[in-house]
Design a protein around this ligand. Structure first.
Ligand code: ZN
Length: 305
């Protein structure tokens, strides 16, 4: 087989995309990050990684120790759309509206597209890096950290333990919180954070209030990450969506169903099912493997543009 024929065969198999994604991941792992305020876990080739981090309290003048951000990241015939979703601001989002239309069409192939294009949820907090074996220079630093629902669930579980023999902790507390042992491993080809866990509660920085106050002042604003100025307008997003989808003119979608949660239906387990389905879809491998892959994905998408 000629090299060119081989290239074409690989294209058909989707292995070129896979290769590219792997390369980008490698670049990310060697400091290819675009925003130095953000820390991310370095993983080895087999997706295994370990670090100890501490979630930090709400920054000075802000109410919450985390912000919630919805975004869209997918590829259409006209390229990629990588944008924050306006539902983050409780506003109407043209991408979500388009997806609702697809979902409500009742056609299976449309539903599949809606799944691929759905908004993804990430949380962002300030963290203190206690231990980062792959990048020791990060230790002692304050960073922003973007994480998905799995880790957020571990934070809420720590605040509201399931069993009465478990002490509730505020994982964002300087004095009564606990270090978080972030453990990534490869499960069926995808990065998985299930093994991550809290250490026993202990004050940060040996309970030294002066040091803690200095640390607190180094924290990044979270509110500004989700300030309306960080978002494209409805019209801008709609124009981008149309160019990505290669459509001209737009269809009016039902405003009542502009939230993905509305079409998840009554079964609470559907989210997990959906995740499983996405994971098993070979074609979506580079697109929607896990919330945690968001960094790599946006980087890859920018590169592809
Ligand atoms: Zn949206």
């Amino acid at each position: 087989m000629s090299n060119f024929a081989n290239l074409k065969k690989q294209s058909k198999l989707g292995s070129l995309t896979e290769k590219l994604v792997k390369e980008v991941e490698k670049m990310n792992n060697t400091g290819g990050s675009t925003d130095e305020r953000f820390w991310s876990l370095t993983v080895d080739k087999s997706q295994n990684g370990y670090a100890v981090i501490r979630f930090l309290p709400a920054p000075d003048g802000e109410d919450l120790p985390f912000v919630k951000l919805y975004s869209h990241a997918f590829q259409g015939p006209g390229g990629w759309i990588i944008d924050s979703c306006l539902t983050t601001l409780n506003q109407k989002c043209p991408v979500c509206e388009h997806n609702s239309g697809l979902w409500n069409s009742g056609i299976d192939s449309n539903k599949e597209i809606a799944r691929k294009q759905k908004r993804k949820l990430t949380y962002i907090s300030n963290i203190y890096v206690v231990k980062d074996p792959a990048n020791p220079e990060n230790e002692g630093g304050v960073f922003l950290y973007k994480f998905g629902k799995k880790i957020f669930d571990k934070l809420t579980a720590a605040m509201q333990p399931e069993f009465e023999d478990e002490e509730s902790i505020d994982p964002f507390d300087f004095w009564k919180g606990a270090n978080f042992k972030l453990k990534a491993k490869n499960v069926a080809g995808y990065r998985n954070y299930d093994s991550s866990e809290f250490a026993a509660p202990s004050p940060l920085l040996e309970d030294d209030d002066d040091a803690l106050e200095a640390l607190w002042k180094k924290q990044n604003s979270l509110a500004e990450l989700v300030a309306p100025s960080q978002f494209k307008s409805y019209e801008e997003l709609k124009t981008r969506l149309e160019s990505v989808l290669g459509t001209k003119g737009s269809r009016r979608m039902d405003e009542e169903v502009n939230d993905e949660d509305d079409y998840r239906g009554p079964a609470p387990s559907l989210t997990e099912d959906l995740r499983g389905e996405l994971s098993s879809l070979k074609s979506s491998r580079s697109v929607a493997s896990d919330d945690e892959d968001f960094d790599e994905l946006s980087y890859f998408a920018k590169l592809a543009e």
